[in-house]
Design a protein around this ligand. Structure first.
Ligand code: NAD
Length: 483
């Protein structure tokens, strides 16, 4: 079985202490690969390499935007060339259906293409200034931040890697990337691609290992200029606290408990289909999942009955068989989701469908959960308040627009939200009132590299994707010229 190493300063190397860890296939609990189990010293080595690349030889940051873009376009082409292989890797590593993994690969390539295109476009501005000093011009210059630490979760392994690496590199930074220890394999392939296209040594470094051992140093090191993190709110708090020592810039994309509001005048069939995508896509392991359905009372019974019919018809199985629902990522995630289901029952939510592990056929040793719907949910229940991160949705009912908005915003999170109605003005009114960074009207889940992504409240701060996603990785310098 292959053991994958860290990629530091342009070379593949084992963890300094020699440790390795297993990567598990969640569809059958078998070991897929072994990877380096990095410790603080490995991360320090990677940080030193990134520092030398940025503050020492500075090859990447001094390269013209168009030349950097050329290399990033080459990365996109190489991702496409290995698309089937990469999709298979994420499918086996994460448990997701193969077609979803394949679509992630296309999005990841498009992300590199988007930022490669963007870096050549005009940025900054020119200002006429000088009152009291005689004629002057000022302009603003976008510069890379320096050494960036990037940490990602396991739910979209390759796509999350692309969403951070593409803009950070396009901007001219040096990076140390730590993927989730549960799903590191597509990141390893991506770094093979970086090596193949010829990124200068030390520009992009890969450290494999757990959060506390390998990730935390990226947050606390004074040699790192920025940390960007996608993951749980609790870890985000740990990272923000650790980062305070040198006041490095912090970007946090955290958890959610997003409302999906369905008014009685909505196209019911359409709303059901989008609600399914909203909560069961990627086995519900989506930060923006519409995991709280808020349904106008007079259609609630009909809506829930139709949703349950659709949920019960979902196929479940190993990702390679392209089911509707694959495996959850790990035993720990399975236990967590089943625990929330039991608590919901104990707290009086009504189980409409699902509610248990799925072990039929070749799923016996995998981490599968049936698509689960609870109705008659109260706002104080754990299942309504806490992020489950699994194929579980709660249903609450409302009688007025104001009640729907209040219910939607009754959460510590503010990542996403959806509104379904045939009344265009109401759709816009409700959307404006949602305290959330990503909203959908008469749809749920479509996401684009071009549009900014991020949360309000305890879902974090900063933005990934779009032009904002590039600016996150840039400093803005003011230049004043005495004419
Ligand atoms: P997690 O917080 O457990 O881990 C995320 C990453 O952080 C992993 O790479 C992990 O190794 C690392 N980590 C853990 N402890 C660390 C520490 N002390 N210092 C540095 N790094 C550390 O989250 P997860 O279980 O991998 O992912 C699920 C969570 O991610 C959910 O809460 C989900 O909502 C969130 N998420 C958010 C977004 C978004 O865009 N807002 C997207 C995807 C996932």
């Amino acid at each position: 079985m292959q053991t994958h190493q860290n990629y530091i300063n342009g070379a593949w190397q084992p963890a300094l202490a020699g440790g390795t860890r297993e990567v598990i296939n969640p569809a059958n609990s078998q070991v897929l690969a072994r990877v380096a189990d990095s410790q603080v010293e490995d991360t320090k080595l990677a940080i030193a390499a990134a520092r030398e690349a940025f503050y020492g030889h500075g090859t990447w940051r001094r390269m013209s935007g168009p030349r950097r873009a050329e290399l990033l376009f080459a990365v996109a082409d190489a991702i496409k060339a290995r698309a089937d292989e990469l999709a298979r890797i994420d499918c086996l590593d994460n448990g997701k259906p193969l077609r979803e993994a394949r679509s992630d690969v296309d999005d990841a390539a498009a992300c590199f293409r988007y930022y490669a295109g963007l870096i050549g476009k005009p940025q900054g501005g020119i200002y006429e200034v000088g009152d009291g000093f005689g004629p002057m011009h000022a302009y603003s210059l976008h510069e890379p931040i320096g050494v960036c630490g990037l940490i990602t979760p396991w739910n979209y392994p390759l796509l999350m890697a692309a969403g951070k690496l593409a803009p950070a590199l396009a901007a001219g930074n040096s990076v140390v990337f730590k993927p989730s220890e549960l799903t590191p394999l597509s990141a390893i392939a991506l770094f093979e691609i970086f090596e193949q296209v010829g990124l200068p040594p030390g520009t992009a470094n890969l450290v494999l290992g757990t959060g506390p051992a390998a990730g935390q140093e990226l947050a606390q090191s004074h040699d790192v200029d920025m940390i960007t993190f996608t993951g749980s709110t609790r870890t985000g708090q740990t990272i923000a606290t650790a980062a305070v020592g040198n006041l490095k810039k912090v970007g946090l994309e955290l958890g959610g408990k997003s409302p999906n509001i369905v008014f009685a005048d909505a196209d019911l069939e359409g709303a059901v289909e989008w609600a399914m995508i909203g909560v069961f896509f990627n086995q519900g392991q989506v930060c923006s999942a519409g995991s709280r359905l808020l349904v106008e009372r007079r259609i609630a019974d009909r809506f829930v009955a139709r949703l349950a019919e659709r949920a019960n018809a979902m196929t479940i199985g190993p990702g390679l068989e392209n089911p509707d629902l694959g495996a959850l990522v790990s035993q720990a995630q399975l236990d967590k989701v089943l625990g929330y289901i039991e608590t919901a029952k104990a707290q009086g939510a009504r189980l409409v469908c699902g509610g248990s592990r799925y072990t039929d056929g070749d799923c016996a040793k995998g981490f599968f959960v049936r698509p689960t719907i609870f109705d008659q949910c109260r706002p104080d229940m754990d299942i309504v308040r806490e992020e489950v991160f699994g194929p579980v949705v709660t249903v609450q009912t409302f009688d007025s627009e104001a009640a729907a908005i209040a219910m939607a915003n009754d959460t510590i999170y503010g990542l996403a939200g959806g509104v379904f109605t045939a009344d265009g003005a109401r759709a816009l009114r409700v959307m404006k009132e949602l305290r959330a960074g990503i909203t959908w009207i008469n749809c749920y889940n479509p996401t684009f590299n071009e549009a900014p992504w991020g949360g309000y409240k305890m879902s974090g701060y900063g933005r990934d994707l779009g032009i904002y996603g590039l600016q996150e990785y840039q400093q803005v310098k003011q230049v004043n010229i005495n004419l």
